[in-house]
Design a protein around this ligand. Structure first.
Ligand code: ZN
Ligand code: ZN
Length: 289
């Protein structure tokens, strides 16, 4: 097709399906954010905790130039080497996460993955294996795509790194973990996630999820990766929930199994088709969740 033909088709497409902002209904000329959402998007640019990405007061380095950690990461050390977050889970970032997760907008991962790559600040390179936090097959079947896998694929693409969507898998479902004491979260996640040693042994792994709240699921994934021989694990999330900011976190739980919605339209990118038979049911765990 000629350039003019492509241009004409594009004009028709724009008229029929007008482009909207990544997080609101405002019309935009190019893919991305409208000016208001761009202004309000809570990018985490200033000093951030090296363990979980939380914004911190101060210039961002210890006097000796080493990395800084927030009180939470000092009190409950993270099993991963470093953690990065592109956004604070607030305002338009919250809308973005919910659209990506529930709104059947897998296309939003393209722009979000670029922000995650910037936030990674060199922690992901061509020698890194990029691995998403897995969904249980039942939930994948219901939701049709794993938003963490979409983000991981984009992060890998920007970093020229290998993408390993099957390196981790859920071997059983877990109930909602949030608001449970740490010991209970850990017990519920024990052996819920398995890593494939053939893929991860000796590798530097970038573990990817959409949101970090308590970090319990990311910790369980990190421990599974380390148990399978991964050399180093860093964690990369699109948005970090700041508990102290009074945010209602139940809507974007990384760990919540109950938030699936069935009123979604077919997604342009499907990992599993709706017409496919569901994965074989498991034992009681599955029903309870
Ligand atoms: Zn907007
Ligand atoms: Zn921290």
């Amino acid at each position: 097709m000629t350039g003019a033909g492509v241009k004409a088709l594009r004009a028709v497409a724009d008229a029929v399906w007008p482009r909207t902002c990544m997080t609101c209904e405002a019309r935009v000329e190019e893919e991305g954010l409208c000016p208001a959402c761009w202004r309000d998007m809570p990018f985490l640019r200033a000093a951030r905790c090296d363990g979980c990405g939380l914004p911190l007061p101060g210039p961002g380095d210890e006097p000796d130039g080493g990395p800084i950690r927030c009180d939470g990461c000092l009190a409950e050390p993270r099993p991963w080497a470093a953690g990065r977050a592109a956004l604070a889970y607030a305002g338009p970032a919250r809308a973005l996460v919910l659209r990506l997760k529930h709104g059947d907008r897998p296309d939003l991962a393209v722009g979000a993955g670029l922000w995650m790559h910037r936030a990674a600040r060199g922690a992901v390179d061509a020698d890194t294996l990029v691995v998403p936090v897995p969904l249980h097959p039942w939930r994948l079947w219901r939701r049709r795509y794993n938003q963490a896998a979409l983000l991981a694929r984009e992060l890998a693409r920007h970093a020229d790194a290998a993408f390993a969507p099957q390196a981790l898998r859920r071997v059983r479902r877990t109930p909602t973990l949030d608001r449970r004491p740490r010991a209970e979260r850990m017990a519920l996640l024990d052996r819920a996630i398995a890593a494939d040693p053939a893929q991860v042994a000796g590798q530097a792994v970038a573990l990817v999820d959409d949101v970090m709240t308590t970090g319990a699921t990311l910790a369980a994934c990190t421990e599974a990766l380390a148990g399978a021989g991964a050399a180093r694990v860093t964690v990369h999330v699109l948005a970090r929930v700041e508990r102290d900011a009074g945010i209602v976190i139940s809507e974007a739980m990384e760990e919540s199994p109950d938030e699936d919605r069935d009123d979604l339209h077919p997604a342009p990118l499907r990992v599993l088709h709706r017409s496919d038979p569901p994965p074989p049911p498991e034992g009681r765990d599955d029903r309870r969740a």
